[in-house]
Design a protein around this ligand. Structure first.
Ligand code: SF4
Length: 430
């Protein structure tokens, strides 16, 4: 029996592909193992920006160094984007598999046509109780800085019955939190929406919320320029659809956003934030900002700092612009120096610390449902657990440290009282 190890890099969508790939290979008779015991080591790569590409290449180099006899396979986005160059230059990889399609990768490795994996039955790489569900692949937004459409293609939404079947299967397995992901979840169903352009996200959510029981649905990656306001009444009506909004604004200065191929500006984005908060006072908001985009002036950056101050978001991630060949912005002039972009990134990150702190402080004293993810092992730490509440998305936001009078089950939802804050984490008692 061939033993394989899988290194899953990049985003939540890539993690779902990795989980499906494990399913396909296992169905093909291969066994998942630690890298030390593996005959085949697969790096499911990311090709989004320079740092992610470097991480993927370094993973191949590191596995080659540590496991000289293993067969090293590079698959996923980086392989899709640079197959030819990588085959010539990255000789440490025995195979470069230019696809993200788990079924095709498995078929190529096993050398036989394999059935598609059952999404609801796949192994999950998330912490207990949580799973990502990919509702669509690809993207039609064509933001000028973004290489994802070059790797993932045009928007292809799954059908609602297909997603519902996966959702039900995961619920039967005891999964409490279902994170719906896509490149842009707000575009779900837009490719078949005709003139109305009204996506099918509200319809999908209404269908999933017909299910009985206690669970969470978390929406990730909502493009601000076509924000689906119809989801707000659904959130007001059912707390299982979490009032958590992950809306990558990228910037606030009009001229920068236009150059990015986006239609909004600081004023319309602030109005969106205020509208959400007016309808859902307890809402938690996360965003992403990009510094150093070609043409970004000092005044544009000051505009962004003001926007950040006025928006008072719970969470914000900041990235420096990465010039990506094949994207429209690659040819743009007047790019700020990388040093300047990094300085601006640091200033935004430093300014976000007190903002997140203040936004988190309002939860002290509140009674919240917490998804228990792992037990904190250590001297004198009898009943301490790490978890997340509705305001904490997996992998990117702070956590909830729960002190309990007794043992808690990982993967379970427990009610806990928030007692204090420590940096980006909240402390609670259950
Ligand atoms: S919406 Fe996201 S994935 Fe789509 S082009 Fe823009 S940045 Fe890329």
């Amino acid at each position: 029996m061939t033993r394989f190890h899988l290194e899953s890099l990049g985003c939540a969508k890539n993690q779902v592909d990795s989980e499906l790939l494990i399913s396909c290979l296992s169905a093909g008779g291969w066994a998942l193992s630690e890298s030390a015991d593996a005959d085949v080591i697969i790096v499911n790569s990311c090709g989004f920006i320079e740092s992610a590409k470097r991480e993927s290449v370094n993973a191949v180099l590191s596995f080659r160094k540590r496991h000289p006899t293993a067969k090293i396979v590079l698959a996923g986005c980086l392989a899709v984007r640079h197959a030819k160059e990588l085959r010539e230059s990255l000789t440490e990889a025995d195979v470069v598999c230019p696809t993200s399609d788990p079924q095709r990768i498995a078929g190529e490795l096993i050398g036989a046509a394999l059935a598609a994996a059952d999404p609801g039955g796949r192994p999950l790489l998330s912490l207990p109780g949580s799973a990502y569900v990919k509702i669509a692949e690809g993207c039609d937004n064509r933001c000028t800085f973004c290489a994802i459409p070059l790797m993932r293609g045009a928007l292809r939404s799954r059908t609602i019955p297909d997603i519902k079947a996966e959702f039900d299967a995961l619920r039967r397995r005891g999964v409490q939190e279902i994170c719906l992901v896509a490149q842009d979840s707000a575009s779900f169903g837009a490719e078949t929406a005709g003139k109305s352009g009204r996506g099918a996200l509200p319809e999908l959510l209404e269908t999933l919320l017909q299910a009985e029981g206690r669970f969470w649905i978390r929406l990730l990656y909502l493009h601000p320029d076509h924000f689906p306001y119809d989801i707000i009444p659904l959130m007001q009506g059912d707390p299982r659809l979490l009032p958590y909004f992950d809306i990558p604004f990228q910037h606030s200065a009009k001229d920068v956003l236009r150059a990015m191929g986006r239609r909004g500006d600081g004023k319309t984005y602030l109005a969106l934030v205020e509208k959400i908060r007016a309808a859902l006072p307890g809402a938690a908001l996360r965003s992403t900002f990009l510094t150093g985009f070609p043409g970004e002036s000092d005044a544009d950056f000051d505009d962004l700092l003001d926007f950040q101050k006025n928006a008072q978001l719970e969470w914000a991630g900041v990235f420096c612009y990465s010039r990506e060949e094949g994207t429209p912005a690659c040819a743009f002039k007047k790019r700020p120096a990388k040093k300047r972009a990094a300085e601006r990134k640091t200033r935004l990150e430093e300014a976000q610390i007190p903002i997140s702190g203040q936004r988190l402080d309002r939860f002290i004293g509140a009674q919240l449902d917490v998804l228990v993810e792992e037990k904190i092992e250590g001297e004198g730490e009898e009943n301490l657990f790490l978890g997340r509440a509705y305001l904490n998305a997996p992998d990117v936001d702070g956590a909830i440290v729960v002190e309990s009078s007794g043992e808690l089950h990982t993967g379970a939802l427990v009610s806990a009282q928030i007692t204090a804050r420590a940096d980006f984490d909240l402390q609670a008692e259950a």
